[in-house]
Design a protein around this ligand. Structure first.
Ligand code: KDG
Ligand code: MG
Length: 402
């Protein structure tokens, strides 16, 4: 029997920080798992290096489920982003190994294709409405069928989601940047610019919008109601998601579909949202919600309640997560949509084999495992750099949800 021989925690920053776990078996088979937690990267690196790697040596790499249970139940301390990201990295690396040993892509181990391709949505944004409309047009030209639209709110320096250069990268400073926020200005402005996008492009386009946890439930209800006739694909994170009950109030007021879950890490964090049908799309990911093993458990629960999937896929999730997401998305019956932001050229040089979008769809690699190779030499050119997400403050100086 092959055993786990080597466990390495690799940190590189080809445009942004990524933490990757590489497991090597006694037969020389390697598996990769993403362990990136934006702005708290080294906490997961330490969890893996100091507390998980010593427990994995000598174990059977084929025991994916048992290893998951061992790390989750065995630690006694459960859930939370650091723990669940660390467990995810091990789980995804072991699925990668299992695929390579079987000579099959991971999606085949998950039951094979349920669909021909994975529908993705990209991010259009603009410093004003005209720039947003131009950006939407450019993404449509590239073949995207679903587009998230965000425009800078006049007078609000910290509007979430506005790209400055070729890439949107909010974790851009060595200490958190402080940005201003005004809910009143946002609520007056956002429905109007979303209407402009609809007016220009019609309904033959899936239109999404991320509220980024900024509203109270009643404000979110008002927002959802005011955009109902625009038929959004979803409004994302209308209110902070820790309080699952809060979504009931939003639900009672609007038929605008609701998506949430990118900051949630376990089935327990989404149980009420799903079983009470308080949301339409669950946005948990392999990297932050315990890997392929746990994400499928969440998605299967969601299927019972007609909740579809819409996994987080920002650029702070590494190409290993893109590959793992596509494996789940292509096979999962209740798949909805996959977020896709893309990565820098340098990132693609470190993570060779990253799936690319064609005609608005992602397709899984046909290579055994996840199909990603990590290039150590290129990675070494990009050492870790401290980078933090911004912090939002209301106009009166108090801290708001970012
Ligand atoms: O690290 C935080 C980002 O991943 C987040 O701000 C992106 O909200 C986001 C999204 O929907 O992609
Ligand atoms: Mg989001």
């Amino acid at each position: 029997m092959a055993t786990i021989d080597r466990v390495e925690v690799l940190v590189t920053s080809p445009g942004r920080n990524f933490v990757t776990l590489r497991i090597t078996t006694s037969d020389g088979v390697t598996g990769l798992g993403d362990a990136t937690l934006n702005g708290r990267e080294l906490a997961v690196a330490s969890y893996l290096r100091d507390h998980v790697a010593p427990l994995l040596a000598g174990r059977d790499p084929a025991r994916v489920e048992d290893t998951w249970q061992y790390l989750y139940k065995g630690a006694y301390w459960r859930r939370g982003p650091v723990t669940m990201t660390a467990i995810a990295a091990v789980d995804v690396a072991l699925w990668d190994i299992k695929g390579k040993v079987a000579g099959l892509p991971v999606y085949q181990l998950l039951g094979g294709r349920s669909r021909d391709g994975v529908l993705v949505y990209c991010h259009a944004s603009g410093v004003d409405v005209a720039a947003l409309v131009d950006d939407v047009a450019a993404y449509r030209e590239k073949g995207f069928k679903a587009i998230r639209a965000q425009a800078a709110v006049p007078g609000v320096s910290g509007t979430y989601g506005i790209r400055k250069g070729a890439y949107y990268e909010p974790a851009a400073t060595a200490l958190p940047e402080e940005q201003l926020w005004s809910t009143e200005a946002y609520l007056d402005f956002a429905p109007a610019y979303l209407a402009k996008v609809r007016e220009k492009f019609g309904f033959g386009l899936h239109l999404l919008h991320d509220v980024h946890h900024r509203l109270t439930p009643i404000e979110a209800a008002r927002f959802g109601k005011s955009v109902e006739e625009l038929r959004l694909f979803w409004m994302e994170d209308p209110t902070p998601a820790e309080n699952q009950e809060a979504f009931r109030l939003i639900r009672q007021h609007t038929t605008t579909p609701i998506a949430t879950g990118e900051v949630l890490n376990s089935i327990w964090d989404v149980k009420q949202l799903i079983t009470e049908q308080l949301i339409d799309y669950v946005r948990t990911t392999t990297v932050h919600a315990g890997g392929i093993t746990h994400l499928r458990r969440i998605f299967d629960l969601a299927a019972l309640y007609q909740v579809r999937t819409g996994s987080h896929g920002a650029s702070d999730l590494s190409p290993v997560t893109v590959a793992a997401a596509v494996a789940v998305d292509i096979s999962q019956p209740n798949f909805g949509i996959q977020e896709h932001m893309g990565h820098t050229i340098e990132t693609y040089e470190v993570f060779r084999g990253t799936p690319q979008v064609t005609d608005g769809l992602l397709h899984p690699s046909e290579e055994p495992g996840l199909g990603i190779e990590y290039d150590d030499e290129v990675a070494a050119r990009f050492p870790y750099q401290p980078r933090y997400l911004p912090v939002a403050r209301n106009l009166d100086g108090s801290v708001h949800d970012w």
